[in-house]
Design a protein around this ligand. Structure first.
Ligand SMILES: [Ca+2]
Ligand SMILES: [Ca+2]
Ligand SMILES: [Ca+2]
Ligand SMILES: [Ca+2]
Length: 270
């Protein structure tokens, strides 16, 4: 009798246990100002490594400066001379008191090309600078904060990676165009226009270990009307980490205790 009752109580407890879970969130603010963090490495392997709230990130810079036959895709066709340099190459990540910049292979360290920008070093050419954030855990990007625009246009494009593979130290293989990423596990998240100096919210509901934040690029699907002249330094980003844990509900323990007490009362009387 006692054994049967206890078995029933434990079965009930286990059923409740399996259904009980909690979801909590922690937020991380990543301040890339040169007052807060330094870029390490030389021009070909520059990066920032940071930790916040138990999460680690590696930051690198990339730009479409690689020459070659454009072949097919929205970069090709000479409309905006994007086809002059269609392929993604590593850029030099830099940071200033107002945030991150990217000096790509075709730029020199002058303003505004030292920033994350789409102005080509040569007239009418466009190089689209983007910053890659590689986290060691999947996080939701919740906001970006721009520290400097130099008075230029400040439109941005944001992508998150939904592919299952670890991108490692060579996240973009040779002859990859920005538009190719949409067929390589990357998800276009949003364009933001005229952000200016200040914060811009990122639409929620997407977690990824890899995020790309850069100048607006119409190859991700937006209008060409916004293309070009975009310049900014990225002072900081905010992320959110979701913690999902299975925990026993307090009510379950109360039920268990009441059950055990009832069984022992009955046994004592018998
Ligand atoms: Ca080039
Ligand atoms: Ca640049
Ligand atoms: Ca430029
Ligand atoms: Ca623009």
């Amino acid at each position: 009798m006692l054994k049967k009752a206890l078995t029933g109580i434990f079965a009930l407890t286990l059923a409740s246990y399996a259904n009980a879970s909690t979801t909590t969130f922690t937020t991380q603010n990543w301040d890339f100002s040169s007052n807060n963090v330094s870029v390490t490495g030389g021009s070909s392997n520059s990066q920032i490594n940071m930790s916040a709230g138990g999460v680690n990130v590696k930051v690198t810079a990339w730009s479409s400066t690689g020459e070659g036959a454009c072949n097919s895709g929205p970069e090709c066709g000479n409309t905006f001379r994007r086809d002059t340099d269609p392929f993604i190459e590593r850029a030099q990540l830099t940071n200033y008191s107002s945030g991150l910049g990217a000096i790509n292979e075709d730029e020199s360290d002058n303003s505004p090309n030292h920033a994350i920008d789409s102005r080509g070093q040569n007239r009418d050419e466009k190089d689209f600078d983007m910053v890659l954030f590689s986290f060691d855990e999947a996080v939701e990007l919740t906001a970006i904060n721009i520290g400097w625009t130099g008075g230029y246009d400040s439109d941005a494009s944001i992508l998150g990676y939904q592919g299952g593979t670890d991108l490692g130290s060579t996240p973009f293989s040779g002859n990859t165009k920005w538009s190719d990423l949409l067929n390589q596990g990357w998800d276009f998240r949003q364009d933001s226009f005229n952000i200016g100096v200040g914060s811009e919210a990122v639409s929620s509901g997407f977690e990824s270990k890899y995020w790309l934040v850069g100048v607006y690029n119409p190859v991700f699907g937006g209008s060409v009307n916004h293309e070009g002249n975009d310049v900014f330094k990225l002072r900081s980003i905010s992320t959110q980490l979701t913690h999902r844990t299975e925990v026993p509900e307090p009510a379950t323990f109360a039920l268990l205790l009441a059950g055990v007490a009832a069984v022992f009362r009955r046994k004592t009387k018998a």
